[in-house]
Design a protein around this ligand. Sequence first.
Ligand code: GLA
Length: 385
Amino acid sequence: MHFELAQNARAAFAAAYGHAPALLVQAPGRVNLIGEHTDYNDGFVLPCAINHGTLVACSPRDDDTVQVVALDFAGATDRFDLNAAIEPRSDALWPNYLRGVIKLLKEAGWPIRGADLLVCGDVPQGAGLSSSASLELAVLQAFKALNGLDGLDGTAMALLAQRAENEFVGCNCGVMDQLISALGQADRALMIDCRSLQAEPVPMPADLAVLIVHSRVERGLVDSEYNQRRAQCEQAARHFGLASLRDLDLATLLARGDELPPLVFRRARHVLTENQRVLDAREALAAGDLARLGALMAASHDSMRDDFEITVPAIDQLVAILQQSIGDQGGARMTGGGFGGCVVALLPQSRVEAAVAAVAAHYRAPNGLPGQVHLCRASAGAGLL
Ligand code: GLA
């Protein structure tokens, strides 16, 4: 997280509230290296937290009022009372991420008092890098620190934030984004089993660069298409009498695939093959086998394009440009929920310059914009700054 961001937050907090903040906390955004649309199927994911996040400057109050200033929304404000019913606001979306987690925190019985908050961040919004999960976790981290909630661990915070997003914001997301924002580790990816919620650190080779390129294609249709994919996966699991696709093996799916509508079959095939790719990618990453890692990322992208149908032509083109530049020294694939947003590439530091040059030379979004490059590091999860 940038030093200047923290400086800005302190100064803006002092300007808004007339005194310095008691403390600063942060929670990171994330990039998923592989394992897409597997989390809500109780499957495997392999994300890392990134060095872009949300920062909250805060001070306790001795009443039960919560005040918020959102620097990235032109200094817009929110204010509510912890003792009244906390409802979503209909005139703006951003306050609802805060209201949702604070409401659930209180309902879960954690003793919390009011607070003055100032929120800012450097996760590009709407890019598929989990700016909303990082906001949720930063707010939870702030309330944890201000109220001394030592028993509230990262997994509990992540589950609370996911529920807030499902029930309060209305997005039916899985738990990956919140878990990695809570539990991320510097220089490590996490292999998360979304059924047991166990997270296993996987060291990133020191020389490996995490290059994120924003396609500059806005993620249209995300919610409706996302929820539809989720329903199709549930339909496939139900057909086999299973609680989730985690319990289905590929041999059974292939043998009995014609019992399913072809579209539903392909959705399930993506999830099952993607789960296996995550397990294989963990091995490849730990062994520093970049050729294998690249092949798995390519297969993941193809499966998202052909079976899950969540890519768009500009993203496919961007991935192809990166894959061609990287060769067998790593790989590239779309990352996140789909329909636009970002591509992630893993490659040796020494090849970054050439990959960035290839994108600059050969990629334009349909609106004429060039790709936007972020060279990231696997970073620590939510915590005090
Ligand atoms: C979004 C959701 C996650 C996950 C990904 C797809 O980021 O918030 O829960 O489902 O899409 O892998």
